[in-house]
Design a protein around this ligand. Sequence first.
Ligand code: HEM
Ligand SMILES: *[C@@H]1O[C@H](CO)[C@@H](O)[C@H](O)[C@H]1NC(C)=O
Ligand SMILES: *[C@@H]1O[C@H](CO)[C@@H](O)[C@H](O)[C@H]1NC(C)=O
Length: 512
Amino acid sequence: MTSSYFLIPISRSSVIHPQYSNMLLLFIVFFISATVFLHRRRRLPITNWPFLGMTPDIILNRNRMHDYATQILKLTNATFMVKGPWFTNTDMLVTSDPANIHYMLSKNFSNYPKGPEFRSLFDILGDGIFNSDHELWELHRKTTMSVLKHPEFLPLIETTFKTKVENGLLPVLNLVSSRHHQTDLQEIFQRFTFDTTCTLLLDYDPESLSIDLPFVRCEKAFTEAEEALLWRHVLPERVWKMQKRLGLWKEKKLSEASKVFDEFIYKCLDLKGLEFKEDKFGVLTLLIRGFQSEKMSRKFIKDVVLNLMIAGRDTTSTALSWFFYLLARNRRVEKNIRDEIEGQLGGREWESFGLKEFEELVYLHGGICEALRLYPPVALEHKSPATADILPSGHVVHDHTRIILSFYSMGRMEGIWGEDCMEFRPERWVSDGGRVKHEPSYKFPAFHAGPRTCLGKEMGLIQMKMVASAIIYHYHVELVEGHDVCPSDSIILQMKYGLKVRLFPINNNQTC
Ligand code: HEM
Ligand SMILES: *[C@@H]1O[C@H](CO)[C@@H](O)[C@H](O)[C@H]1NC(C)=O
Ligand SMILES: *[C@@H]1O[C@H](CO)[C@@H](O)[C@H](O)[C@H]1NC(C)=O
């Protein structure tokens, strides 16, 4: 609202005679003071400057972007307009109001497609599911869903995850703990989910999680690509496009990452020869069969695979990392979860767990939901309305308004979760009858909401429960003192410097 004041002196400036320039200066000083005064009165920690908009404050707070937005949203009843520099068309409406979220993601879904801007920001995703709207999206959704609902899919993920825990995860952790070394759990999880995603999708296990922790270029490229993609949200389009053309800075890394993905996936596709084995269940075979009626190129299949790899890998590994971070600071919860696992096992070994038994770990489920609430791996979502509209909060949006839905802030709103919203309390998710308590997705949008709800929710939860229960059953996890744990500048809420921990075998731990 304050920016309209500034338009008066500035837009006249071009016709002002030089002798009045002192007066113009005075005007500007006056309006700057007025703005600062107005904002101080509203006690907002952000100032709308002439010309620069709110950019200076955003730059100053760039290393704590999510917490900064949360702080402002708490003071503005969960919705506020960020003013970009003048004439750059970078104004953004930021909201964490469940009514707005529910409206955009479900009630008026059709007016809030991803849109052409999303497509240009995420050009690396090609024609994959994340990047498509309308008919192409419907085709993707239908095909992907049919694979995930296939009767042979559940048994396949059970063996894939379990094999990786037993042959990859536990041997590596065993080595680390027996040598009393530190390890970066986030990196271990990223390798885990990279291997399982490749195994499921491509029927090829790159074995990045093995004793010698080999360097796998493709596995690392995801992190680099996701960082570059966040910057595209912040920089004016012309700037990042120029950087892309000239191959500069993060854009250079993004182009390189994109090449690495292509090479990796094409190589796997060639290896498989895209054969259709009628007798053997294979995710890729089913996907290709599902799309067959459409014009299907090699590039299209590559896009499908890349999108699903991105969907499955970093979301799950990020959620696991934050879960263990919260757990390591909460001995009470750790003990409760271990008791629950041991109760469920009744004297047997972890290896004897089946899918059904993982489902019964209700308290562990609550702990994972708490991690997803406080640190949603997809921390924000980008929307732009197809036509002008009024949001339930009363804010008017135009067809060019950029809207950011802050899922991160939602988990930290007292209005939504109560006064103890900052506490890690798995009990929040357990009903009086001891079952999992359901929360509506517009209140808990970690897996998104409405027609575009995450398709891999069940699979992600199963994977997280298997990994978490295996580690908690075998080890006590301690954070390395002095190691800084904070979110990275990325579209996925990874940890900037990883999660450095030490592991203590449970039995040894009791005796020493
Ligand atoms: C903790 C784990 C996960 C979280 C937090 C998560 C979260 C999300 C979110 C927020 C979206 C919406 C993104 C958007 O529209 O921009 C999404 C979409 C999607 N997710 Fe997940 N996801 C997880 C795991 C998985 C896994 C393991 C898969 C496996 C294939 C998967 C497959 C998908 C797909 C295919 C979509 C696109 C749905 C559509 O656009 O119709 N996700 N997920
Ligand atoms: C959805 O948005 C359109 C465009 O502004 C509007 O005309 C329509 O009434 C909205 N629909 C609902 C269900 O609110
Ligand atoms: C805050 O937002 C909610 C939901 O949009 C609305 O019902 C309420 O009246 C708003 N409160 C104030 C003080 O503006």
